[in-house]
Design a protein. Structure first.
Length: 429
């Protein structure tokens, strides 16, 4: 879409608000669009796409435009240097002074930039990731994180199969392909609005990253079991777990946010599941949690985290997180995992997961937990996935990256409580 002068102004205005990093970018954009209801859908799409482009490439743009360049100048540089609009194309949309300034800017060559500027990551994130991988791997990861995420769907196996949904989408002019890993995943080549699509309205599909779908397969719930989704949020993974249980047994969806649980209710209704029980808790030590101690077959802990694995969707997170917030999150993650573990019965399964890329939030939390809980042991995630006929092997724990696996960045460890009896360890279903 070719921008006009008013659209440049509107995008620069919302960018100014976003660059304060006071609130999540999606909520700032939503508020902006509510204030400007006259905006056409294509105008909203341009504003969102280009605001997110600046957030993704902020360090590189500032290296070119100047550390103190404002939102409008950053947008102009993004249009010129990343989108490829020439000065002649931009001239009618910007002032003469801005056009002259644009022509004086340095090229921003890689050999003139720091690693943080080349990866568009804060230095503290670069330092931590550099301890986990070599520079080539880090640059590959950063390139993927700075791309827009695809739109993934999860089909509801209670209502349909993947081939039927692909055929229906094709009849509606929407191209989709089967996911690489999840048996329920579809990836769309474009990003159509699905809110009024009958497939969505009838609970036949849900929007969910393919990597996130694999967590239900690692949990591997069975019919009739007692299961807890400990940090359920708005219920994306809850729905996948409930479908695997074929709407039998009892599935508790715990969360500390009433707002998130309320968002779950219409999704559960559309899905057709009758075994989901949303429960508001105040913390991992809530009496509602304690009452279930030692009674649950399987517990999923998708812990609150830095979200650095989701930068394709939430590029503002890399600028809003700090080493201090990560340190606080690690303490919270350890407390939640320990609290959730008390629910697991002997022989039961506990899956710890985050959408972070940092070892401190992932393997570090699990290693610390196991060091203090001798009654739990690690189960190889690759073996669990193989038993579910998923040909993905990232080692003993699941570690997903957008550049290698085409998903958001995810981590998951499968743990089981030792059974003092003779029950054979359950790897799969």
């Amino acid at each position: 879409m070719k921008p006009n002068e008013k659209l440049i102004d509107a995008t620069a205005d919302v960018l100014t608000r976003l660059l304060r990093f006071e609130y999540p970018a999606d909520s700032v954009l939503s508020a902006c669009f509510r204030e400007q209801r006259a905006l056409q859908s294509r105008d909203r799409a341009f504003m969102a796409e280009h605001a997110y482009l600046v957030l993704r490439r902020l360090r590189w743009l500032r290296a070119v435009a100047g550390e103190h360049a404002g939102a409008r100048k950053l947008l102009i540089v993004a249009l010129a240097r990343i989108e490829g609009l020439g000065v002649k194309q931009l001239a009618p949309l910007i002032s003469r002074k801005e056009a002259e300034w644009l022509e004086t800017l340095p090229p921003g060559k890689a050999d003139e930039l720091s690693l943080g500027e080349r990866t568009d990551l804060p230095d503290w994130v670069v330092e931590r990731l550099s301890a986990q991988m070599d520079e080539e791997s880090l640059l590959s990861l950063a390139r993927a994180l700075n791309q827009q995420a695809p739109l993934d769907l999860r089909i509801n196996p209670m209502k349909t199969d993947r081939e039927s949904v692909m055929a229906t989408l094709a009849n509606n002019g929407i191209a989709a392909e089967a996911g690489r890993w999840s048996p329920w995943a579809l990836r769309l080549s474009e990003r159509p609005s699905l809110a009024k699509n009958p497939l969505y309205e009838k609970g036949i599909v849900e929007v969910q990253d393919e990597g996130s779908q694999l967590l239900a397969l690692l949990l591997a719930p069975k019919r009739g079991e007692m299961v807890v989704d400990f940090c359920a949020g708005a219920g994306g993974k809850t729905l996948a777990i409930g479908a695997m249980m074929r709407s039998t047994g009892r599935l508790y969806a715990f969360d500390v946010s009433e707002k998130r649980l309320l968002k779950m209710r219409p999704r559960v209704a559309r899905s057709g599941l009758s075994n989901v029980h949303p429960v508001l808790i105040d913390s991992e030590t809530d009496i509602k949690v304690k009452r279930l101690a030692g009674k649950i077959d399987r517990v999923l802990v998708d812990a609150p985290c830095s979200g650095l694995g989701t930068l394709r969707r939430n590029p503002d997170l890399k600028w809003r997180q700090t080493p201090q917030t990560v340190e606080e999150l690690v303490a919270k993650q350890g407390a939640i995992l320990a609290g959730a573990s008390r629910l697991v019965k002997p022989g039961g399964r506990l899956v710890y997961a985050t959408c972070s890329l940092l070892d401190a939030e992932n393997r570090g939390v699990v290693d610390d937990f196991l060091a203090c809980h001798a009654d739990f042991e690690r189960v190889p995630a690759n073996a669990v996935l193989a038993s579910a006929h998923v040909g993905l092997d990232t080692g003993i724990d699941l570690e997903l990256r957008p550049d290698k696996h085409g998903t958001d960045g995810f981590y998951a460890a499968v743990l089981e409580r030792r059974n003092t009896g003779n029950r054979e360890k359950d790897i799969g279903q």
